[in-house]
Design a protein around this ligand. Structure first.
Ligand code: FE2
Length: 296
């Protein structure tokens, strides 16, 4: 078998351009260097500290239940033993970003693609694309939760179907993933908590999302979320708050989201920082530090 490649974004005169790959590889665990393991340890310890009292309980409990620790980069094989038993999901190692449809197909089959390589030491605080730390630390623990795991599979199945309907449904679905799986907040008895992987793997946004006065925090509504543009280059202007993972799963009960697309067809998209009359507003953001352009 060929050695797994490290497929990264390319820097061009138009900025970073994503490069896609579809190959599934064996995690080349023996190839990780001492620097790689150290990068994992530093990031793991730092986030664990920040996430106490900020990440949702399901994330923290499952992360230790599946044996993830700061000692070394985990072996996917070992994590899979826990994951398969808990929810029937398993991790597959990939070389970098996947094309949308390939990604949806993995989720539909209860496979979560994890980038095998980790950022370089000089990228500890920021990397533009998902690496091992983001994928594994941020996304994987919640796959141990049965309801969240079902949501992820339903999302993948919905994505496979949506890809036959054209661009608008796909944009709707991408926004749903962004504002839930990547940047979602959840209410709990202990208070507001983080469950989105984009936040959980970011030092700055873990604090910003919960404690800053700048962003909006708005109650989750699937159609509202599907209309809302987002930021890929800065902290989010708006976070959507769910009451429970059941609420999230219920949003997928019609598995192809067909009636929603029909309803949304031609509807205007909503700017990332807008607050609508119909919103259930937990916090209206002060807007401090917001850029006026660049919502996607
Ligand atoms: Fe992600």
């Amino acid at each position: 078998m060929e050695a797994p490649r490290r497929v990264e974004h390319q820097m061009t005169d138009k900025g970073y351009v994503p490069v896609y790959t579809t190959t599934v590889v064996e995690q080349p665990w023996d190839q990780y260097t001492a620097d790689d393991h150290r990068t994992w340890s530093i990031l793991f310890q730092r986030q664990q500290e920040i996430l106490k009292g900020r990440a949702c309980r399901e994330f923290l409990e499952n992360q230790s239940a599946m044996g993830m620790s700061d000692a070394r980069i985990p072996k996917f094989e070992e994590l899979n033993q826990h994951l398969i038993k808990a929810t029937g999901w398993r991790l597959v190692a990939v070389e970098g970003l996947l094309p949308e449809l390939t990604f949806f197909q993995h989720l539909m089959n209860r496979e979560f693609p994890v980038t095998w390589w980790i950022r370089r030491p000089d990228q500890i605080d920021y990397i533009a694309e998902p690496d091992l730390f983001h994928d594994l630390f941020g996304h994987v623990p919640l796959l141990m939760n049965p309801v969240f795991a079902n949501y992820m599979q339903a999302y993948g199945a919905g994505g496979v179907r949506a890809s036959t309907f054209g661009n608008e449904p796909l944009a709707n679905l991408t926004r749903l993933y962004w504002y839930t799986v990547e940047f979602g907040l959840i209410r709990s008895e202990e208070g507001l908590r983080i469950y989105g992987a984009g936040i959980l793997s970011s030092k700055g946004e873990s604090i910003h999302s919960l404690e800053s006065a700048a962003p909006n925090r708005i109650g989750f509504d699937v159609e509202r979320v599907m209309r809302t543009r987002y930021r890929i280059d800065t902290f989010q202007k708006t976070y959507f708050v769910i009451d429970s993972f059941e609420q999230l799963f219920r949003a997928t009960v019609d598995p192809d989201f067909g009636p929603i697309y029909y309803h949304l067809k031609g509807a205007d998209s909503v700017p990332a920082g807008a607050v609508l009359d119909t919103d259930q507003v937990d916090q209206r953001g002060s807007g401090e530090g917001w850029l006026t352009d660049g919502d996607v």
